[in-house]
Design a binder for this molecule. Structure first.
Ligand code: EPU
Length: 423
């Protein structure tokens, strides 16, 4: 397995391009199961997670080919299957969202439960509750969800849970409801831009959905959906990671291209409070204006449009060198703090107190051998490594490769000293 070596403290300068959104691409690829017609999806990031999703789709009766420029072409091979194997679903939670489309299209599905992971327990009760509300008979047996329905029936449901709305449960239920009989109303639907992108994709296929991007989705079932050519939105979490990196480096020379800043207003607001100004020009290029002395901040994550949990670790990496006391609370994944110990290994002063992490700013971080626990924690460690004095070695790199397209290459182009070595 590879490890990533970073020589910190280098001056970075130039343009960095944001890839297509991983978390939009995964359910959209799954949504192609709703039609027998060919689909073309553009701006798909080439990542371990999208490759896993493509392998899963191939096992479900689709031919999938990569074209030029991050495009994938998906067509049916005439042998649909309803069986999503543990080997594929357990490696990545996004793959569980084949359940809704399989059920909606075929009327039956056997899908492995996704694995738990280090960021928390991650149950699927809301997914199953929503599908049951549409009339599916669901049993869980030997690690698999067995779901059946003749034709799903629209209904009025509440889909919120103890931690707010659920992104993938909303995606699963919406994909099942588009082919259901009659009208489905989902209250407390997730409002994340990735869910809205999925709704736009389904609408392009011929689905009838009102309230996209709001907590109340109204879906009128149709009999059939068609193939489409569709472009995925930019990855707001990758863009946010680059903004936070520029701030952590106290660097005004990095231009972030191809992002959609309107998806990042909670971050822009928090950065303003810290003393970092984020602006956008007419071409959509993002500029970060930061001073040497930033102000400590208190950040609490919430479902969209709140501060994203997927930027919590990177925000903490920035806080480590802001003089004063900053506080982080994660209301989406209260246990998502595995990066604290690794950042402390690099000289940060972070204390976990109950459900908060209290960050006492230090003058600088120093390079150290660290282990990536999950995808966003890996990005936080890369940020920390680039700002630190000395050499950082990040192990368990596969997490990073699950979600950031060519990150080391993109950073090298800015002048970073970052390379891979075999362990
Ligand atoms: N939850 C339940 N029951 C459910 C589903 C979720 O209690 O049936 C809870 C979760 O445990 C959590 C909260 O609801 O406390 C929100 O979880 P959500 O379901 O929204 O998460 P997800 O849909 O499984 C997606 C992203 C995550 C991102 C979260 C929150 C994908 C493939 N994954 O997961 O992305 O953190 O939404 O925004 O879209 C990442 O990219 O690194 C990542 C983890």
């Amino acid at each position: 397995m590879d490890k990533l070596i970073i020589e910190g403290g280098k001056f970075l300068k130039g343009e960095i391009m944001v890839s297509g959104s991983k978390n939009a691409a995964l359910p959209i690829i799954a949504a192609t199961l709703l039609t027998d017609e060919p689909c073309v999806i553009r701006n798909v990031p080439r990542l371990m997670d999208t490759s896993t999703m493509i392998r899963l789709l191939k096992s479900l009766g689709k031919d999938v080919e990569w074209g030029k420029d991050n495009k994938i072409l998906i067509s049916s091979n005439g042998k649909p299957s309803d069986f999503a194997d543990y080997k594929l679903v357990s490696t990545m939670r996004g793959s569980f969202c084949v359940l809704g489309p399989l059920l909606g299209k075929l009327g039956h599905a056997k899908v492995s439960l996704p694995g738990g992971c280090v960021i928390g327990v991650r149950p699927v009760d809301l997914h199953l509750k929503g599908l049951r509300a549409l009339g599916a008979k669901i049993e869980v047996e030997a690690g698999y969800v067995l779901a059946k329905a003749n034709r799903l029936k629209g209904t009025h449901m509440y889909l919120g849970g103890g931690f707010g709305s659920s992104v993938l449960a909303t995606a699963n239920v919406m994909m099942a409801a588009v082919l259901a009989e009659g009208e489905t109303i989902i209250e407390s639907a997730a409002c994340e831009p990735e869910v809205e992108d999925l709704a736009d994709f389904l609408t392009a296929m011929g689905a009838r959905i009102k309230g996209k991007g709001s907590p109340r989705l109204i879906i009128t079932g149709v009999k059939k959906l068609k193939g489409v050519n569709y472009q995925i939105i930019p990855d707001r979490i990758e863009a946010g990671t680059f903004i936070l990196l520029a701030a952590a480096l106290r660097n005004n020379n990095i231009v972030i291209k191809g992002a959609n800043l309107s998806h990042l207003m909670a971050l822009v607001d928090k950065m303003k409070e810290a003393g970092v100004k984020i602006t956008e020009n007419n071409e959509g290029d993002i500029f970060v204006k930061t001073s040497k002395n930033l102000k400590p901040v208190t950040v609490t994550t919430y479902p969209y449009p709140g501060f994203p949990t997927d930027l919590q670790a990177q925000m903490m990496a920035l806080m480590t060198t802001i003089d004063g006391i900053s506080v982080v609370t994660d209301r989406v994944y209260p246990d998502r703090f595995m990066h604290v110990a690794e950042l402390n290994r690099m000289g940060a002063n972070i204390k976990k107190e109950g459900s908060n992490a209290v960050v006492h700013g230090v003058k600088h971080l120093s390079g150290a051998p660290v282990v990536a626990s999950d995808l966003r924690a890996s990005a936080a460690l890369v940020m920390a490594g680039l700002t630190a004095k000395g050499k950082t070695e990040i192990r368990r790199l596969y997490h990073l490769d699950r979600g950031y397209e060519n990150l080391d290459k993109k950073l090298t182009q800015l002048g970073a000293k970052i390379y891979r070595e075999k362990e």
